[in-house]
Write a protein that binds this ligand. Sequence first.
Ligand SMILES: [Zn+2]
Length: 261
Amino acid sequence: MRCSNPGCRCPTAGPKKQPSGSVSIGVAAHIAAAAPGGPRYQQLMSRAERVSSSNAIWLCQVCAARIDRDVSAYDIAFLNGWKDLAESSAQSELGSQYPSSFDDRSIVYFMSMCLDRPAFNDLFHRERSTEEFDRALEDTITAFNTGALRSRDGVVLQTHMGKSYLKNPLLRSQIDAFVQILRAIRSRYLIARESGEITEQTRRDGRKFYMVHSAELADWFDNTRLEALRLFKKSADLVSIPFTVTTLEISIARNTSGHSH
Ligand SMILES: [Zn+2]
């Protein structure tokens, strides 16, 4: 009933307005293409394997289009990882009440652990690489949505409950807004990469770093992230989870005083 992309999880079916029945916007997408030349086509697969449900993943139409346009980012192992996650969360949700052990406080605690990484502490221009920053944002959005925090190679490090399990409506709307801000940062970052406002450079020792060609844009990334973290702190305060945004605050304050000299 939901898109299997852990970063999306949008409902793929809903009631029709008139007269009865339901609307589905779900797609059973091929993991490996059914025909030669298609995305992720595997020559050695049998016809039976190609048409089997084990070679399909349930997605919304947007995600189904996305995985076929960027085959290098969404390879077979990656998509099977999504499928495993979606199936296990569907199994644990089926016919059950929300588990009481996953109360609001423990969910927010899990979320605060997810934010304990350089992407949320360092100034934007100090990040080690553009890809890592983008990936950290994506992983965090996924973790907040699904309760699964993945390491860089896609392994699930820790599982908990996603934000939809929060019972306090104020808390849920704050966390929703927090995730929206992260999405906005990620979109702005992707636009900046496309347009050349941010470029990746290679040092002599081969390490990569990136350059933001606009001071306003770098400030926007830092201040918007700080705003997001302050919002998260409101949620943490609500359930008495210790959370501090001072590392980024101090860095921004230092950087700003540096500008004026
Ligand atoms: Zn989707």
